[in-house]
Write a protein that binds this ligand. Sequence first.
Ligand code: IPE
Ligand code: IPE
Ligand code: MG
Length: 249
Amino acid sequence: MTAFGSSTATLPQTSDLPQHVAIIMDGNGRWARQRLLPRAAGHKAGLGAVRAVVKGCAERGIGYLTLFAFSSENWRRPADEVGFLTRLFLSTLDREIERLHRNNVRFRVVGATEAFGDVICERIRAAETLTAGNTGLTLTVAANYGGRWDVLQAVERLRQSGHQGPIDESALAAQLSMNYAPEPDLFIRTGGEARISNFLLWQLAYTEFHFTDTLWPDFGDAALAEAFVSYARRERRFGRTSEQLQQSD
Ligand code: IPE
Ligand code: IPE
Ligand code: MG
């Protein structure tokens, strides 16, 4: 069992503010190209947006923020870009972790991180351990993450645990890499594409989607606030009719 309900098994409690926000941070390369800069400059500029969004979510009392930093398909990029992103991840982690800790942020990483090597894995473990007892925002970075990988590793873990009989939703959900978080209420993708790109496939079953053309380095508190306004206007029916919702108010 996970600590949180499943949107398909039981009706979730919702409010005007999302409890869990998941973001595909896209458009760094195009931001750089517009300025005749190398793609790496776009990734660096994207860090400013990461800081703004972490701060914005923490200040609003959001419980969980999940950022897609590197997909299992991003290895298909040129080796120098992959190398740059890996180094940027490590240097940012080293530079920011103390500040996150001071701000009561619990830091987690999900994905097949062993592919990044021992040094990064060790630093991730240290950062997670340092911040494990924090009670503010849970910030998850998805690195070498794929939604299909996640479902498959959950099935594999179940198999290895000797699970008997049919697999039900809660048994599978309990083995997903984000079993410590509720399903996302709000999904944001910047950069104008309207696709999931193998992000949290299982958990996005009833998530509200917000797509914006804003490129990730330009995304800041105003853009976040706009996404929250849009979210607050949604009617989350989870299969019911609008009339049923009005009757239960
Ligand atoms: C998102 O920006 C960052 C990563 C995928 C690591 P992109 O690098 O995909 O930027 P575009 O889509 O090429 O503009
Ligand atoms: C999705 O962005 C992955 C991350 C933001 C980490 P991509 O830029 O890799 O997605 P596609 O290739 O356009 O679908
Ligand atoms: Mg992209």
